[in-house]
Design a protein around this ligand. Sequence first.
Ligand SMILES: NC(=O)c1ccc[n+]([C@@H]2O[C@H](COP(=O)([O-])OP(=O)(O)OC[C@H]3O[C@@H](n4cnc5c(N)ncnc54)[C@H](O)[C@@H]3O)[C@@H](O)[C@H]2O)c1
Ligand SMILES: O=C(O)C[C@H](O)C(=O)O
Length: 347
Amino acid sequence: MRSFLVRSAESALRRGGNGPSARRLFSSLSAPDRKVAVLGAAGGIGQPLALLMKLNPLVSSLALYDIAGTPGVAADVSHINTRAKVAGYAGEEQLGEALEGSDVVIIPAGVPRKPGMTRDDLFNINAGIVKSLCTAIAKYCPNAVVNMISNPVNSTVPIASEVFKKAGTYDERKLFGVTTLDVVRAKTFYAGKANIPAADVNVPVVGGHAGITILPLFSQATPASNDLSHEDIKALTKRTQDGGTEVVEAKAGKGSATLSMAYAGAIFADACLKGLNGTPDIVECSFVQSTITELPFFASKVRLGKNGVEEVLGLGPLSDYEKEGFENLKPELKASIEKGIKFANQN
Ligand SMILES: NC(=O)c1ccc[n+]([C@@H]2O[C@H](COP(=O)([O-])OP(=O)(O)OC[C@H]3O[C@@H](n4cnc5c(N)ncnc54)[C@H](O)[C@@H]3O)[C@@H](O)[C@H]2O)c1
Ligand SMILES: O=C(O)C[C@H](O)C(=O)O
């Protein structure tokens, strides 16, 4: 078994990996059995995410669930000669079986934006979807780590927390809003402007996942660049905050980011799996229950471990521009969190 894993990881590296992220994604060589379930697996994110999770040698079992279409996706992905055994589940009656025994559940289920919409415009449809999926998670895999991708993340994560609280299964260390795409974008845009290889760059992104609630901390970017003016930093911040809208407009009615999101989702799920497996020093940004501000949820760097969140890390020193952004984002983020909590308790 070990030599199979070594060969899978090495050949994945040879084929695709040339940076720290790719190396981290494919690097573990002797791993315990781990089941990952993707809910919404037939969708624009779900399909490439299923592919990337099938390539991850940390995954031994991959359950692909959607309301329809998953048997085809599962048959297709299952022919790839990597470790994970793949099964497709379609329709609510198969949801329990898809979830049972899962260590990590990734949720990209729900409708995406069209041009002119905000993420909050998705609330009415996606809140109900997330609520019913989380009710099933509480029943069938209450100990799983949950990676919430469905928008609006600033509200869907609080909805999930309330559902789990009501079911008596809430463990704040195991609920994550996936904000990795904001980090991926901040790294790419910064690298482009500073003329640094993208794979070498790190940029924390804090706050939430919508418009001004997305706060990239370019003052903490590594490697530091002395070539960027304040105007450059403002433009990079705005582009990171509007990155989702940039894709929605370019797709012109055919949805939002799917491929970059699948990449970001795979990076984050890999970090969660590494944490569960006891790999030390796994740190990613994520929207989690937090006490680093007065808000109950906030995205920041978190250290991942055997139980999910091991430590919520502080914000570090902020520039004056970032301090202003930090104060400005709080009212909108607070309202989105409260909206999610209210929905979960009234419906
Ligand atoms: N967190 C992020 O950074 C981020 C990035 C991109 C997109 N998103 C969000 O992810 C979600 C999905 O985007 P997409 O482009 O994949 O959309 P999509 O429409 O292509 O796919 C969504 C899938 O969800 C499925 N679905 C709907 N109801 C379901 C249910 N009850 N159970 C299981 N599956 C269900 C649909 O059948 C569909 O296959 C959207 O809400 C989008 O806004 C988040
Ligand atoms: O922008 C969207 O609606 C999708 C996603 O949240 C993104 O950031 O790309």
